[in-house]
Design a protein around this ligand. Structure first.
Ligand code: KG4
Ligand code: ZN
Length: 339
């Protein structure tokens, strides 16, 4: 079964052809980073306009790379949320148009659920449940008990900033370019993670996260107590490296601690990481060094950031389980809870 997956929820225009839920025949991603860089974050209106320009060329390229014609596609899948409304609408309406014109089945996919599926699709033969799902992206931070594909139980989530959002904001405080996550990782690799002792916040529920206080702590460490984002930096370039390293270590230690406790509590048979932050090699090394008995699975780089392959892959399972989208009524959603 050939599935065309379309993704445009934020600042990547992406399309992919996936066979039977796991075999990636093409995975084309057009990043808008150069457009948004000068604004220090995603500029929603410019994101929508760029999606309009790129969506057809990206789909064309995905079909060409897969050596497949539109007529050979069995299902058209699209992320209909969560994300930026204007951005989602471009992918969604393109997918609807294709499905109607070609008279093909159509399905809407939750972008966050697709992030969870990304690490699974590389290991479909070894899938065991219950497993722990860890979504760490620019918009979400969640621990989920995965009972099966499509059956989840929320264990914990952030009560304020998402972890990726926190990385982006701390990067901006450090005058690093957008997107900040990879920049923090680079700078942190030059610093001493033990130089600063930052303490993660403790939300009331044991598996929830809070990153906003940590971000403010970094702000004050750099601009002085009660300093503001626009204020002058009071630390040297050398010191910034140590602050970046200590911040990264604090955020990841807090995450890993809760991940392993949640996995134990749930008798998880595997841990699946997903979302842009899972791309961080320091995080992967920290998890590996734990030598925990439960195996952790990570998405490949072009499956961890926003992509169409995870949309197409997950859609295969949804379709098999008799989920269909209504071309006339499926809506774009900025918020789309998984459970
Ligand atoms: O999953 P994603 O591509 O988009 C969302 O659905 O949000 O995640 C983007 C987020 C951004 O916040 C970005 O800074 C972060 O993932 N990110 C990283 C790294 N690469 C991307 N954070 C930390 N380390 C990285 N290497
Ligand atoms: Zn994403």
């Amino acid at each position: 079964m050939f599935v065309l997956g379309i993704e445009s929820t934020c600042d990547e225009t992406a399309a992919s052809v996936v066979k039977d839920g796991y075999e990636i025949l093409s995975n084309v991603i057009s990043s808008q980073v150069p457009i948004h860089k000068k604004y220090g974050g995603v500029f929603p209106e410019l994101a929508s306009r760029s999606h309009i320009e790129m969506i057809i060329p990206v789909i064309d390229e995905a079909l060409q790379k897969a050596n497949i014609t539109l007529e050979m596609i069995d299902l058209i899948a699209v992320a209909n949320g969560p994300g930026l409304i204007g951005s989602i609408l471009i992918g969604l309406n393109t997918a609807k148009g294709l499905a109607l014109a070609l008279n093909k089945p159509f399905i809407g996919i939750n972008h966050i659920e697709a992030h969870l599926y990304a690490a699974m699709m590389q290991n479909l033969n070894n899938m065991t449940f219950p497993s722990l799902g860890v979504v760490i992206s620019g918009g979400h931070t969640m621990l989920l008990n995965i009972k099966d594909i499509g059956r989840y139980e929320l264990i914990g989530s952030t009560i304020d900033d998402a972890i990726g959002e926190c990385f982006d904001k701390v990067a901006s405080i450090l005058d690093l370019p957008y997107p900040g996550g990879p920049e923090i990782e680079k700078l942190a690799s030059l610093g001493d993670p033990l130089k600063y002792h930052f303490i993660p916040a403790k939300p009331q529920k044991p598996f929830d996260f809070s990153f906003s206080g940590l971000k403010t702590k970094i702000l004050y460490s750099i601009k002085g107590q009660n300093g503001k984002k626009g204020d002058k930096c009071l630390v040297s370039e050398e010191e910034k490296k140590h602050i970046a390293a200590s911040f990264q270590k604090t955020a990841f230690s807090d995450l890993i601690d809760k991940v392993f406790k949640a996995a134990e509590m749930n008798n998880s048979k595997a841990i699946y990481f997903g979302g842009g932050v899972s791309n961080n090699q320091t995080l992967r090394a920290m998890v590996k060094n734990k030598a925990f008995s439960i195996e952790a699975f990570w998405p490949a780089k072009d499956l961890s950031l926003d992509n169409g392959a995870m949309i197409a892959g997950l859609a295969f399972h949804k379709f098999k389980n008799k989920f269909f989208g209504d071309v006339f009524n499926l809506e774009a959603k900025t918020c789309m809870p998984l459970v």
